[in-house]
Design a protein around this ligand. Structure first.
Ligand code: CTP
Length: 405
């Protein structure tokens, strides 16, 4: 495939070197078009060496070859990584004051952008509007991921990892990926059960693991419905702009149940990552409770429905249902025993058991899970980034689906 990689002026340009390398390694012909600003971060010689083709930034080079449109016309795919806030604004406006700009106007190939900028810039209404314009025009957006940024700050704005950009780009063009053709429903986040108009019962789930599960599926080719209860700020950024992820927001367990039943009705695989409240307040007060109330209020709790059990009971033919179990256990053998009991009780095809405590599981970027199948066997035991865990989960889903098929 003939791939054009546009590189704009951000520190993440150094990571774009790896994007080019991966594409070349996969046998693609890669032409890099850096902007002048990008060359302040990574020099021309690096791009030429790594892509094995001459590199230029100017529309005035190779005029005889009509270079300002030739690369765009030839391209099967254009990737812009990193895409700065400025370059996204120029793309949205169709500004063509450099070789990358003219190429983008000349191409009819799919265009994928990997934004990278500080969180404030990503959230600025101008950038939000530019992204919306580009998506409406058919441009695909990968990321940005949520994590540490160069100024010591942290939040959505980090360029997605090169492997993810390349996998997403190739899956979009070729329609491949080992989950292509599958529809999946994923729940994430913590439910909030109302007490009165301003208060709720909640939990510490950040939603990161479920979002990683949804993104991994989408990047491996699946169509994803992501039902998100409360998640930490910025966690949904990448999923909400992914072309194959549709996000539905919910608050309480009852809403999550309704949304998941609907999502599951057409899904080949269902993953319940959400931390669903086990109890809700029996009678929600329609006025704010006050400390002047006498006697002090007592909350009467009733159990919420077990959404996962309902999904298992009504599963479609060939549908794979996966649950998560957050457990606190004194030792690994006990964790496993509890996991096995819960898998059997829930009747799921796979249960991902993870240990949670005050310092692990929730809120952190890393996770460790044991995956138990319907034969009570441990099919995978994995730890690392939540994305890594998500990929292991989909590998296990493919394994159990392969056995069934
Ligand atoms: N779950 C659900 N509906 C609930 C509670 C949990 O669908 N009302 C799902 C979760 O999304 C998760 C799985 O069930 O996939 C296990 O959740 P967990 O809280 O570990 O299990 P519980 O059934 O609540 O069991 P317990 O709290 O007694 O350990």
């Amino acid at each position: 495939m003939y791939v054009v990689v546009g590189v704009t002026g951000g520190i993440a340009a150094y990571k774009a070197v790896h994007v080019v390398r991966l594409l070349v390694k996969n046998g693609h012909e890669v032409h890099v078009i850096p902007t002048d600003d990008a060359l302040r971060f990574v020099g021309l010689a690096t791009w030429e060496a790594i892509s094995r083709h001459p590199v230029t930034t100017s529309v005035h080079d190779d005029v005889a070859e009509v270079r300002h449109v030739a690369l765009g016309r030839h391209a099967d795919l254009v990737i812009v990584a990193p895409a700065t806030a400025n370059s996204l604004a120029k793309m949205a406006a169709g500004i063509a004051d450099n070789l990358l700009g003219t190429t983008l106007l000349a191409t009819s190939a799919p265009v994928i952008v990997a934004p990278a900028m500080h969180t404030e810039m990503w959230r600025h209404p101008a950038t939000v509007a530019n992204i919306a314009t580009l998506i409406a025009r058919g441009v695909h957006v990968v990321g940005p991921a949520d994590g540490p940024l160069t100024g010591g700050d942290s939040g959505p704005g980090r360029m997605s990892e090169p492997e993810q950009i390349v996998a997403c780009a190739l899956a979009l063009v070729t329609g491949t990926g080992d989950l292509a053709g599958l529809r999946v429903a994923v729940s994430t986040g913590g439910t909030r059960e109302p007490i009165d108009p301003v208060r709720f019962l909640g939990n510490r789930s950040s939603g990161r693991q479920g979002v990683a599960v949804a993104l991994a599926a989408a990047e491996r080719g699946a169509e994803v419905l992501l039902v998100a209860a409360h998640v930490d700020d910025g966690v949904l950024a990448e999923a909400s702009v992914h072309p194959r992820v549709r996000v539905t927001r919910v608050a309480a367990a009852a809403e999550l149940g309704t949304a998941m039943r609907e999502a599951a009705s057409a899904a080949d695989a269902v993953v319940m990552t959400a931390a669903v409240a086990d109890y809700r307040v029996a009678e929600v007060s329609d006025r704010k409770l006050s400390k002047d109330d006498a006697p002090a209020p007592t909350l009467h709790l009733v159990q919420t429905e077990d959404i996962l059990a309902g999904l298992v009971a009504n599963r479609r033919d060939g549908q794979t249902v996966v649950g998560f179990a957050a457990e606190t256990a004194p030792e690994p053998a006990e964790l496993l025993a509890r996991g096995r009991r819960k898998r059997a009780r829930k009747g799921v095809d796979l249960l991902a058991v993870n240990e949670v405590g005050w310092t692990s599981g929730f809120e952190s970027a890393e996770n460790a899970v044991v995956l138990i199948d319907a034969r009570d066997e441990v099919v995978a035991e994995t730890s690392g980034s939540k994305r890594h865990v998500a990929d292991a989960l989909w590998d296990a889903v493919l394994l159990v689906r392969g056995r069934a098929g």
